[in-house]
Design a protein. Sequence first.
Length: 295
Amino acid sequence: MQKVRKAIIPAAGLGTRVLPASKSVPKEMLNIVDKPAIQYIVEEAAAAGIEDILIITNRGKGVMEDHFDHSFELEAQLEGNPSKAKLLEDVKACSNIANIYFVRQKETKGLAHALLCGKSFVGNEPFAVLYGDDVIVSKDPVTAQLCRCYEKYGKSVVGVNEVPEELIKLYCTLGVEPIEGDERAMKCNKIIEKPKPDEILSLYAILGRNVLTPDIFDKIEEGLKTNDTDHELYLTDIFSDMGAKGELMAYDFDGKRFDMGNKLGIMKANCEVALDHPEIGDGFKEYLKELVKTF
């Protein structure tokens, strides 16, 4: 089984749900305490053994490239101050996480089209997909969990969790079949995007992580050719066809997901990461205890 060495991070969305913050700052660059959201995602991929990462962007997001590049002037200034040694280490680390590449999605045509922009980057290898909106905090990187599932079953894998019934209409619903002896991996036979109440197959929804085989690109290209509507081609429709053919697994991953394209998700991420932060965790906890007394 070929090892997963590459990852694509689609980060070309406009961030309309978090305007006006995302008017001049890409939503992927909004901070969670002291690091931008995109860095958490890149670090997860690297921790899973990913060596090469392609980030799909669009115009106005060049600041992401700057973030993962060296900043020689800043580094030189920090090097002259012994008290800033830890800051210097953190700044240098941004440019050494993995081999990071960028390509622009010149037309906003959805997730499937964004992945197609990475076809030449992937070549004939399996690859991970980490959605740019989703930061997932876990001791065992979720990407690593999905890679192990792929290596075990040899099929594309979508990362899933159960969501509350009242929210499933905002996501997709999966028809799944448990596998005896595996408490987290399931066969996935059908997917319905944004289901109506009578279409709900289960409360499992795809949440931000996939490991895919390279034949997905042929499926996307064929789907774009036959898609004669004005609507975008949904990646979940392609996944559903794969499931019907027995080509798709679902993995109930262990991790806490934060939707960084959502204002409440951003606040939850900052609060929970801050509470566990080695520098400010204790102080922030005491602040919250006193703050809630006033409401």
